[in-house]
Structures are given as C-alpha cells and as structure tokens.
Ligand binder design. Sequence first.
Ligand code: ADP
Length: 263
Amino acid sequence: YRIQVLPIGDKFKEFIGVVTLIQDITKLKEIDEMKSDFISTVSHEFRTPLTSMSMGTGLLLEGIPGPLTENQKELVEAMKEDQERLKNLVNDLLDLSRIESGKIEMNIRGNELKKIVEESVKAFEHQAKDKNIELSYCIEENLPLVRADFNKVSWILINLIGNAMRYTPRDGSGKIQIEGKRTGSIVLVSVSDNGIGIPQEYRKKIFEKFVQVKDREGNPTGGTGLGLAICKEIIEAHGGQIWVKSKLGKGSSFYFTLAIEKS
Ligand code: ADP
C-alpha cells in the first residue's frame, strides 16, 4: 500500500487539516516489475549482435578484409560511433534495471572517501589535460569513514565528473572541483563545474530517466539521459540524497550525501 498524507488549506491558505490517501499499488508494482524485466531482457538481447557488429567495423577500420577508401573509412567510422552510443545506452539500461529490481548487490561498508575520489579522478587525468580543464579535489582532513559501496560511489563520481567535462569550456578557463566534508552526522560530497549550467525547469527533472536538456537548436546534448537516474538509484540505495544547484551560464554543483560509518 502507498499512504500519502496531504495537507489542505482554506481559501486564505491557512492550514485546516489533512487528507490521507491509501492506495493499493500491488498492480502498479507488478507492472513496474514486468517493465524492468522487459528492459533487462531486451538490453541483454541487444548486446550480442552489437558486439559482433562492432568487431566487424573494427576489422574493416584495421583494413583486414582489404584497404578502405577515405569515403568508406568515414562511413565506417560514423557507424562505429553510433555502435558505441548504442552500447553505452544498452549498458546503462541494464545497470538501471538491475539496480531498480534490487538485482545488483550493494556492498556497503566503511570506506575512505578520499580513496574513492582519487580512484575516480584518476580516470579523467588524460581527458582533463586534453580538454585543458583544471580538475582538482579537496577532502576534509580526518574525515570519518563513509558507509559506501566503493565501486558504485566511484561510478557516481565518474558520471558526475564525465558530465562536468562535457559541459565545461575547453578554452583553459574550465574548472571542476570535487569536495568532501562532514556536515553534522553525514558527509556531503560535491562535484562543481563552471560550465554551461542547467535551466531552472530542468534541475529536478534531470534525475529522471531519459531527460536531457535540449540545446538552442532543440537537440538533446549527446549521452543517454540515464546517468543521473542511475546515480539517484544508487544514492537512494545507500539511504542518501542527490541534488543540483546551478546558475545558467555560470556552472553547476551536484551534491550527494553519505552516512558515516559508526566505529
Ligand atoms: P547524459 O547521458 O545525457 O549526460 P545524464 O542523466 O547524466 O545523461 O544527464 C542528464 C542531462 O543533464 C544531460 O543531458 C545534460 O543536459 C544535463 N547535465 C548533467 N550534468 C550537467 C552539467 N554538469 N552541466 C550542465 N548540464 C548537465
């Protein structure tokens, strides 16, 4: 059952009572599970043909069946790019459906946040240099251990840093900073950039599946629109929260919370 308690007010917006809504959501849950199973099966079935297609294009580009003309090479390269995009989409969909259905086990234990951050930042050292973006991190001294699944939280950071990289200028002014500090009984982690920012109306929605901010021409901006939805699922499985603060044209800061491991 889903129980919702909704406050009600009179015409002067004064609080006058509550309405309690009790809904039987068994059917909804069943449909949701069917949907998850369907997505998981379809994504799985997509993987095998995709792998063989991508092997084929790889061989063509290496010139193994014979040399390609410049025009043919361009065409095969475009095909390879689309295959990569499709592969990412299928992998994201699989991850999401596994997390949603609770099929991915969370290995939540006491971990050093600094180690998780270091590991995630390492994955971007080359990209940051190539794109001329300053990537740095600052983790408070003597931070207690956080309750986290090392690989999953690293996955979140990699996603947030990857997004920040994508939407930050490459003219040498781009900066991305990761911070970790204790606030009360939790640890707050943030990934901030000084990139394009996110319009107000999207700030909540981007954590939903397939939501992408459209660019000026009305096209979605690369990616799959699943990364932040997966981040949210993972953080919620940790009992934490994730949100964003942003100023259009100035940059964005993504925040998430982790619990402290009791010693
Ligand atoms: P995608 O695969 O499209 O990056 P995400 O779920 O990770 O999917 O992000 C959803 C959308 O949120 C992106 O398409 C982008 O429009 C916006 N977004 C995410 N991170 C940033 C950022 N750091 N700066 C500006 N826009 C962002």
